[in-house]
Design a protein. Structure first.
Length: 232
């Protein structure tokens, strides 16, 4: 599924960057990819600029806010997640599709601290990233319904329950990153076993409503000053 966005008819075509400007942009993105993967969304932009060999003003000319840089780095990962969701949706075995999507999501969390922060809803998204993220969630919900219809996913699991996997994995990935970097897979499959219809027991609490989930996401987001580092 393509998610290229056509330019506005009234907008002039973007001018190609000069060769030196293009080199600077590529150096910034490469330095940011390493820094954000290791340090998370709060990585120092001054440190990124220094590692890229450019002035901080040059970084801000290319990326006016931290969010602009984050989305440049992670739109490719959201595209990968969406592709996995679409592949999962066409599998005959809905349980396999559900597990495949969940493992891809957690794998992307595990290999990059900033992406882990991002899917834990600590940063708002621009339109393109939000569209891909929402589409992936929509397809995941379809896969879940198929698995419930096939009798393999317990009937009382809701899309809001997937947030529990993401939030818990965020902490586990961070805690075990240096001592057991693949421990998240054990935790994921323990949770997936809990999602199975076979042997399910009644749950002591109802699922979160969509409104409660939204309120939780708001609480998890860092404030605008932390998330959007503007030009000084």
């Amino acid at each position: 599924m393509s998610h290229h966005h056509a330019p506005s008819l009234s907008a002039p075509p973007a001018k190609p960057l000069r060769r030196d400007a293009q080199r600077n942009r590529e150096a910034i993105v490469a330095a940011a990819r390493t820094a954000f993967a290791e340090q998370g969304l709060g990585a120092s932009l001054e440190g990124v600029a220094r590692e890229a060999g450019v002035a901080i003003g040059t970084l801000y000319r290319h990326f006016p806010t931290r969010l602009d840089l984050v989305e440049t780095l992670f739109n490719a990962k959201y595209t990968e997640l969406l592709a996995t969701a679409e592949e999962a949706a066409v599998l005959d075995d809905a349980w396999e599709g559900f597990c495949r999507y969940m493992e891809k999501l957690c794998q992307l969390q595990a290999c990059d601290r900033a992406f882990n922060d991002l899917v834990s809803a600590r940063l708002p998204l621009h339109a393109a990233g939000r569209e891909m993220h929402e589409r992936a969630k929509e397809i995941c919900t379809q896969v879940m319904r198929s698995a419930q219809e096939q009798g393999v996913l317990r009937d009382d699991v809701t899309p809001q329950d997937i947030a529990f996997v993401i939030w818990s994995q965020a902490g586990i990935i961070q805690a075990t990153r240096t001592v057991a970097p693949r421990a998240w897979r054990r935790h994921l499959y323990l949770m997936l076993d809990g999602f199975r219809a076979q042997g399910a027991h009644p749950l002591p609490e109802p699922p979160l409503t969509s409104e409660q989930a939204d309120e939780t996401l708001i609480a998890l987001k860092c404030n605008e000053e932390d998330c959007r580092e503007q030009r000084p």
